[in-house]
Design a protein around this ligand. Structure first.
Ligand SMILES: NC(=O)c1ccc[n+]([C@@H]2O[C@H](COP(=O)([O-])OP(=O)(O)OC[C@H]3O[C@@H](n4cnc5c(N)ncnc54)[C@H](O)[C@@H]3O)[C@@H](O)[C@H]2O)c1
Length: 379
C-alpha cells in the first residue's frame, strides 16, 4: 500500500477548486486542510470539499501536514514557499514558481539545508500528449530538432477571470503567466537553454474588465503584454516563442518543432491531451503522418469534460518520490531554470541585449504510460 502524504492548500482562489476536485484521482496524496488570507475564501472551499479551514499560520504549523501546495498569487509565491520550508514542509507551487532567479536560489538553498523537496507547476507537460512528443523526439522520429515556432496569443484575461488585476502587474504578463507551459515543455523536450533574446511592448496602459464581478473596472497595465523571444538551446536548436495578450485572432499552431528529417506539431502545453502530428521527409516524398497515439492514462478525457485534466499529477509524483527516495519530475531546479529563461527574455527586452542563462537543469525522467498509471488511484 502506498504511504499517503497529507497536503495543505494555501490560497483558495480560482485554481484551488481544480486541485481539490482532482486530488482523489491520485494515489499517495490527501488534501486535509486549506487556508487563505481571506478567511471566508478558505471556509467556502473547506465546506465544499469537506476539509479543515485554517489560518495561514495555522496551516504552516499543522503537525499532520507534509506538503504545502502554494496556490497564492504570483507576487506571494516566494514568501509563502519560504515560510512553508521554514516550517519544515515540502512545497509544491503553482506557476510561476518565483519571480526572480535570486528568489529561486534562496528557496533551493533553504530546501537543501532542511532536507525538503520543492516542486512546481506546470504538470500538464506530464500529460500523455507531451510525454508522447518527447518519446517521438527521443526516438529520432523527425531527426535532430534544429528550430521551432511556438506561440500563445489571445486578448488577455480580463474577459474571464473574476479578479484579473494581478495578470497585468509585475510578475504577471503573458510570459510569466502562460510562458511556463511553453518553456517548461521545450526544456523537457530539448533540455536546457544557453541564452535568450527578446523584444517587448504593450498595446494599452489600461484594460477594462468585462467579466463579473468586476465588470467595468479599469485596471492598470504595468508589464509587457506582447513578447517576442528567441531561445538558443544547449543542444543547438534555436526556437522562436511569442507570448501575447494583444492579439484578437491568429492562425498559428501552439508548438511546431522542426527537425532534420521532419516536423512535429504539438498541441497546447496548457492541456494534458490533444493530437500530435508529424510531417516526415521520406526517401522519395513528403507526407503528413498521423502517428499512432499512445494509450497513456494522462491523456484520456476525464471528469465529465471533453478534455484531459490531471492537475495534481506533478504533486503526486513528488509525494511518491519522497516516499520512495527517488528524484521527482516537476522539481525546483527545473522550475528555476524556466524562471531564468522567462525573466531573461523580459530583461533582454528591457535592456536590448542577449542574456546568458545563470542556471541549468537536467531533463527529468520521462513519464511513460506505466509510470503514469502508478500515479493514479485506479491505476
Ligand atoms: N486560474 C487558473 O485557471 C490557473 C491555472 C493554472 C495556474 N494558475 C496559477 O495559480 C495561482 C493562483 O491563481 P488563481 O487564479 O487561483 O488566483 P486567485 O486570485 O483566484 O486566488 C489566489 C488566492 O490566494 C490568496 N492569497 C493571496 N496571497 C496570499 C497569502 N500570502 N497567503 C495565503 N493566501 C493568499 C488570495 O486571497 C486568493 O484567494 C497563480 O499563480 C496562477 O498563475 C491559475
Amino acid at each position: 500500500m502506498t504511504k499517503v502524504m497529507n497536503v495543505g492548500i494555501m490560497g483558495c482562489g480560482n485554481i484551488s477548486k481544480s486541485y481539490l476536485s482532482l486530488a482523489p484521482l491520485f494515489r499517495g496524496i490527501k488534501i486535509v486542510a486549506v487556508a487563505d488570507v481571506v478567511a471566508a475564501a478558505a471556509e467556502e472551499r473547506a465546506k465544499e470539499f469537506n476539509v479543515s479551514a485554517l489560518t495561514p499560520d495555522g496551516l504552516l504549523a499543522a503537525p499532520n501536514i507534509d506538503i504545502i501546495v502554494n496556490l497564492t498569487i504570483p507576487a506571494a509565491h516566494y514568501e509563502v514557499s519560504r515560510k512553508a520550508l521554514e516550517a519544515g514542509k515540502h512545497v509544491f507551487s503553482e506557476k510561476p514558481y518565483v519571480l526572480s532567479v535570486e528568489e529561486g536560489l534562496k528557496l533551493a538553498a533553504l530546501a537543501r539545508e532542511k532536507g525538503l523537496r520543492i516542486g512546481s507547476a506546470p504538470d500538464t507537460i506530464l500529460g500523455g500528449t507531451h510525454q508522447y512528443a518527447r518519446h517521438l523526439i527521443d526516438r529520432g522520429e523527425v531527426g535532430r530538432i534544429t528550430s521551432g515556432l511556438c506561440g500563445v496569443m489571445s486578448h488577455g484575461m480580463e474577459s474571464w477571470h473574476p479578479n484579473p488585476g494581478f495578470f497585468f502587474l509585475a510578475g504577471g504578463g503573458p510570459m510569466l503567466d502562460l510562458g511556463p507551459y511553453y518553456v517548461s515543455n521545450l526544456v523537457q523536450l530539448l533540455g536546457p537553454v544557453k541564452r535568450v533574446s527578446g523584444f517587448t511592448s504593450m498595446a494599452t496602459n489600461t484594460r477594462t474588465v468585462t467579466a463579473e464581478p468586476n465588470k467595468g473596472k479599469v485596471i492598470p497595465v504595468e508589464t509587457p503584454t506582447n513578447i517576442h523571444a528567441t531561445l538558443e538551446f544547449a543542444q543547438g536548436a534555436v526556437i522562436t516563442l511569442i507570448t501575447s495578450w494583444d492579439v484578437w485572432e491568429h492562425g498559428m499552431e501552439p508548438m511546431a518543432l522542426f527537425g532534420t528529417e521532419g516536423t512535429i506539431h504539438i498541441p497546447d502545453p496548457n492541456m494534458f491531451g490533444g493530437e500530435i502530428r508529424v510531417m516526415r521527409t521520406a526517401s522519395d516524398d513528403r507526407k503528413v503522418t498521423t502517428v499512432e497515439q499512445w494509450e497513456h492514462p494522462l491523456s484520456k478525457p476525464n471528469h465529465g469534460a471533453s478534455s484531459a485534466n490531471y492537475r495534481c499529477a506533478g504533486l503526486t509524483d513528488m509525494a511518491q518520490a519522497i516516499v520512495a527516495g527517488r528524484p521527482h519530475r516537476c522539481n525546483g531546479d527545473f522550475a528555476l531554470h524556466v524562471i531564468d529563461i522567462m525573466t531573461g527574455i523580459l530583461r533582454a527586452g528591457e535592456e536590448g541585449r542577449v542574456v546568458e542563462m545563470q542556471t541549468t537543469c537536467e531533463r527529468f525522467a520521462p513519464l511513460g504510460p506505466d509510470e503514469a498509471r502508478a500515479l493514479l488511484a485506479e491505476g
